[in-house]
Write a new protein. Structure first.
Length: 376
């Protein structure tokens, strides 16, 4: 029996239309269309041809479907011009990664969730409460943001997909209990990823049951992210007048955000006038900093850790991609790409590496329970 939804998933991950796949396989487009909406037997030669053309093993198409992401719950933080093909690939990659996580984590204890939830709340106040809930002081930078929220029960996964106009999306899974999930573009800069993650935390905290139009939801999530990463009271102390690129530059590595974000923050807090804001924005454009800010101010890239840690617990260090691929009957190359954009143990902040080493030495935590991250 062939699961048609798996045929569709493989096709979409390969960025193929039904017509394109049909031509490669040597069948009519209508045959592929029928396959994708059924669970039934199909000639072995057709299935094998699809496997060859997509790179997925035949066993992939015999599986039932994994967890589903409701289309209505997806909150894409991206430009409207992101192609439908890219959106499709992003969604299918997210589904495959989340399914892999669930299968790898089947024998581990769940991570306790520490994340508030609001409805119709002030985004700035929600950001302050969220900081407190995560154990973050109200007026300090947040180092290792992704590691921090993973240890508090938020699933963060990186997608090995380099669409320029895609940053991240978030949702609450349809599983029981519902879990917060953030998917990020694994090829963005360090400051861009941090802003995207903070933005998506805003969506998760404020919009568990979203109401209103997307533009308003985005404004609320942005306001949350700005207060979450750049608390206004701290910024009022640290931003000196007159605001210039020179005075803002030292704040970028300290707070882990772009100079562009700092300029916007200064304007919104009325530390910079409208005239200064326009002038600084023009300078950013002239210097070419909208696409690439100075390399000496780069923010270290943060990678999610959870998925690779699960892979290590199941198959050893380094994780065996072939064994991991078998969990979801996927192609090994795709699993290698997925693991590559997730943090290895050497990528962890020192405090986390020391905690795990100590736990293993004194045997106070069994390896399969290491997912129960402790809060600082």
């Amino acid at each position: 029996m062939i699961n048609g939804l798996r045929v569709k998933q493989a096709r979409e991950l390969c960025k193929l239309t039904q017509t394109q796949l049909a031509r490669k396989v040597g069948v009519a487009q209508s045959t592929i269309a029928k396959m994708e909406v059924s669970v039934r037997d199909w000639p072995d030669e057709v299935v094998e041809a699809i496997a060859i053309q997509t790179g997925f093993p035949v066993s992939f198409f015999h599986q039932g479907m994994g967890p589903e992401f409701s289309l209505g719950s997806l909150l894409f933080r991206c430009r409207a011009s992101l192609s439908s093909a890219d959106k499709t690939v992003i969604r299918q990659l997210g589904l495959l990664i989340f399914e892999l996580e669930e299968k790898l984590a089947a024998r581990t204890k769940p991570i306790d969730l520490h994340l508030p939830s609001f409805q119709d709340a002030d985004p700035l106040e929600a950001a302050r409460v969220t900081r407190a809930t995560l154990g973050i002081p109200p007026d300090t930078p947040i180092p290792h943001l992704i590691n921090r929220i993973e240890r508090n029960g938020v699933f963060v996964f990186a997608l090995p997909h380099s669409a320029d106009k895609f940053d991240a999306f978030s949702l609450w899974s349809d599983s029981d209990p519902r879990r917060p999930v953030i998917m990020v573009n694994g090829f963005k800069s360090g400051d861009r990823i941090r802003l995207s993650v903070a933005h998506e935390i805003g969506h998760l905290v404020l919009h568990k049951s979203p109401r209103g139009n997307l533009a308003d939801l985005e404004k609320q999530a942005y306001a949350f992210a700005r207060e979450f990463l750049l608390p206004r009271e701290a910024m009022k102390r640290e931003m000196k007048r007159p605001v210039t690129l020179t005075t803002l530059a030292p704040l970028k590595p300290r707070w882990g955000v772009s100079i562009q974000a700092l300029i916007r923050c200064a304007y919104e807090l009325e530390i910079a006038t409208e005239g200064q804001y326009k002038y600084l924005s023009e300078q950013i454009s002239k210097l070419g900093w909208r696409r690439r800010e100075p390399a000496n101010l780069d923010i270290p890239l943060e990678k999610p850790r959870l998925l690779r840690k699960l892979a290590e617990l199941n198959t050893g260090i380094p994780p065996n991609a072939k064994q991991i691929a078998a969990y979801v009957c996927s192609k090994v190359g795709l699993i290698e790409d997925i693991l590559a954009v997730h943090a290895s143990r050497s990528d962890l902040p020192p405090s986390e590496k020391e905690r795990i080493s100590k736990a293993l030495e004194d045997n106070s935590e069994r390896p399969d329970n290491l997912l129960r991250f402790k809060r600082n």
